[in-house]
Ligand binder design. Structure first.
Ligand code: URA
Length: 244
C-alpha cells in the first residue's frame, strides 16, 4: 500500500515527520534510485526501494515491548564502556528496537522499546503530555510544604518543572516511598526534583507510562504489548490528592 514518504520515514524511525520533510527537501531521499523532492510523493514501503543518504529505509513489522529494566543496564544501543545494554535483555526479539526515552543507569522499571519511530515521537512530544509515574525511595520524610512545591513546580537547572502529582505511599524508618507522576523527561528529573527539596533519592523505579503499568513483570523480564496496552499509554489518570 502506498503511503506518504514523510510517514514512511517517520515510521522507520529515521526522523519525525517534520524532520522527514527537511530530508526530502534536501534531496537526501531516493525512491527506486530517483531523488524525490516533492512533498506529496507516495511510495510503497514494502515494494519500493527507499533510501536516505544511500542507506535503505527498512519498513519492519512494528513491535512494542515493555521491559522491566534492572539497575546497571544502559538505555543506549551501543556503549563504548561495554556495560550491559537494555537490548541484551530482549531474548528472542530479532527486530532492532530502540528505547522510548531513557532511564538512568541506576534507575529500574518500565522502559518501552519499539521500532515504531512515529509512536516513539508521539510519546516523547510534550504536546501529548504522556505521563510517567515513578516510585522514589527518598531519605527522610518530606514535609507537606515540600510535596506541594514538587507538585506545583520547582526550579531545576534554571527551569521550572511542570505540575506533577505526588503522594506518599509509605513511611519507613528514616525514609519515605513517594509516588510521583510527571509529564516531562528532563535528564535525571526526578532525582533533581527531590534534591531541590533536600531529599536524596535512594532508589528509583518507573512504574507506568500513562496507565500502562509494569504490574507483575519480573525485573529483567519483558512483554510484547497489544494494541489495547498501547492505548493505555495515552490515557490520563484521574487527579490525585496528595496525602502527607
Ligand atoms: N528521573 C530520573 O531522575 N531518572 C530517571 O531515570 C528517570 C527520571
Amino acid at each position: 500500500m502506498e503511503e506518504r514518504l514523510q510517514k514512511i520515514l517517520a515510521q522507520a524511525g529515521i526522523a519525525s515527520r517534520r524532520q522527514a520533510e527537511l530530508l526530502i527537501r534536501a534531496g537526501r531521499i531516493r525512491v527506486n534510485d530517483q531523488v524525490v523532492v516533492e512533498m506529496g510523493c507516495k511510495a510503497d514501503p514494502f515494494r519500493d526501494r527507499i533510501t536516505c543518504d544511500g542507506q535503505p529505509v527498512v519498513s519492519e513489522e512494528k513491535i512494542y515491548v515493555l521491559l522491566n529494566k534492572p539497575a546497571g543496564y544502559v538505555t543506549t544501543l551501543a556503549d563504548p564502556q561495554g556495560r550491559p545494554m537494555v537490548s541484551d535483555l530482549l531474548d528472542g526479539i530479532s527486530e532492532r528496537l530502540f528505547p522510548v526515552g531513557r532511564l538512568d543507569l541506576d534507575t529500574e522499571g518500565a522502559l518501552l522499546m519499539t521500532n515504531d519511530g512515529a509512536l516513539a515521537n508521539r510519546i516523547l512530544h510534550p504536546r501529548f503530555e504522556v505521563s510517567k509515574t515513578y516510585e522514589a525511595l527518598v531519605a527522610g520524610f518530606p514535609s507537606k510544604e515540600k510535596l506541594i512545591l514538587l507538585e506545583q513546580g520547582i526550579v531545576i537547572d534554571g527551569v521550572r518543572t511542570q505540575p506533577a502529582r505526588v503522594r506518599v505511599l509509605q513511611r519507613r524508618p528514616g525514609e519515605s516511598l513517594v509516588e510521583i507522576t510527571i509529564h516531562e523527561g528532563k535528564k535525571r528529573q526526578v532525582r533533581k526534583m527531590f534534591q531541590a527539596v533536600d531529599h536524596r533519592v535512594l532508589h528509583l523505579k518507573r512504574t507506568a507510562y500513562g496507565q500502562l503499568r509494569l504490574g507483575t513483570l519480573p525485573l529483567g523480564g519483558f512483554k510484547i504489548l497489544s494494541p489495547d496496552d498501547l492505548k493505555k499509554i495515552f490515557r490520563a489518570k484521574t487527579p490525585l490528592q496528595s496525602k502527607t
